[in-house]
Design a protein around this ligand. Structure first.
Ligand SMILES: NC(=O)c1ccc[n+]([C@@H]2O[C@H](COP(=O)([O-])OP(=O)(O)OC[C@H]3O[C@@H](n4cnc5c(N)ncnc54)[C@H](OP(=O)(O)O)[C@@H]3O)[C@@H](O)[C@H]2O)c1
Length: 294
């Protein structure tokens, strides 16, 4: 995006803080007030949008801790379903483009081991996954022009002043620094996306037709093998000692959150695969050792 005004919700979060930081170089970014987002009515949100007349709202606010959602479903519903529903009604009334974040966790429960397309039938097994799916439906029903991004697990490394959620790379670096092993699922398959790749795609994302899009890097490795690959790039000695195999989780039925990126690719937006993205992130932070086998 070369010019214009964007409103970002959840601008203090992992993705929102990075989007705000990067997009400010190109466009005017208005951080949505926390209280308005937490408890404002659709009418109050609409007034805010009419006052600022942004080109789009990028909705990153959510309760993204899946464990917390599981134990606090009411809190999850408030943040992950009711809020995007209100915001979608406000955007529709004000005529404002809405780009809302969903998650690959809507695919949690899919039995196929193939990457899922946006059309597969879904019955997510977690509260977070169910609420994200409910939110997608609420948003599109109120605002059919909205763009919904089903994101993979995001990764990045800490940057001063920006929030960093725990991700595969920070987990492995923590383990390497403390010497205390980290364990990763052997029967788990999911893409992982470098936040900078997602942010770079935003110019194109903003002009997508309304609908749901699988968004992010693909991955053919299990989560455990992705961790071993990352440790090898970091030249961690004896990675199998520090990175432990968790064989118990999903033993009877592997978890497959991998998504087909064909719909987004047809719109001209492509992501590198997870291995390539991890190598580039480590390189960006000066952590890719000479001679690493990328
Ligand atoms: N990170 C990932 O790997 C990932 C993967 C797939 C999808 N997503 C989705 O991408 C979006 C951004 O994720 P993230 O990782 O940036 O999340 P995050 O770091 O947890 O940030 C969430 C943001 O939402 C705000 N928030 C929390 N509870 C709220 C509530 N009840 N009402 C309004 N705002 C609330 C937080 O504000 P405070 O600072 O005030 O708490 C924060 O700014 C979310 O929709 C998430 O589900 C993330």
């Amino acid at each position: 995006m070369k010019s214009g005004t964007l409103v970002i919700t959840g601008w203090s979060g992992f993705l929102g803080s990075r989007l705000r930081n990067s997009l400010t170089e190109h466009v005017r970014v208005i951080p949505a007030p926390r209280d308005l987002i937490r408890s404002g009515s659709a009418e109050e949100l609409e007034q805010f949008l009419r006052r600022h007349r942004p080109d789009a709202v990028i909705h990153c606010a959510a309760l993204s801790d899946t464990g917390l959602c599981e134990t606090n479903p009411a809190q999850s519903f408030h943040a992950n379903v009711a809020l995007p529903g209100r915001l979608a009604r406000a955007c529709a009334a004000a005529g404002t483009r809405l780009v809302a974040m969903s998650s690959d966790q809507v695919y949690n429960g899919v039995r196929s081991l193939e990457p899922s397309s946006e059309e597969v039938s879904l019955a997510p097994v977690s509260v977070y996954g169910r609420h994200k799916l409910e939110a997608e439906r609420a948003v599109l029903s109120a605002c059919p022009d909205a763009v919904i991004l089903r994101l993979t697990w995001l990764f990045d490394l800490p940057v001063r002043g920006l929030k960093t959620n725990r991700n595969l790379l920070t987990g492995i670096l923590d383990a390497a620094v403390t010497g205390s092993p980290a364990s990763y699922f052997v029967h788990d398959f999911r893409g992982m996306t470098y936040t900078q790749d997602l942010i770079s795609a935003f110019g194109s994302i903003l002009s997508l037709p309304g609908g749901i899009y699988n968004t992010g890097s693909t991955n053919t490795l299990s989560t455990y093998d992705t961790a071993i690959y990352t440790a090898s790039l970091l030249r961690i000695p004896n990675p199998e000692v520090l990175i432990q195999r968790n064989e118990d989780a999903f033993r009877d039925s592997p978890r497959n959150l991998t998504m087909s990126g064909e719909k987004l690719a047809a719109a001209g937006i492509r992501f590198p695969d997870t291995k390539e993205a991890i190598a580039r992130c480590l390189s960006d932070f000066g952590l890719l050792r000479q001679g690493s086998d990328v």
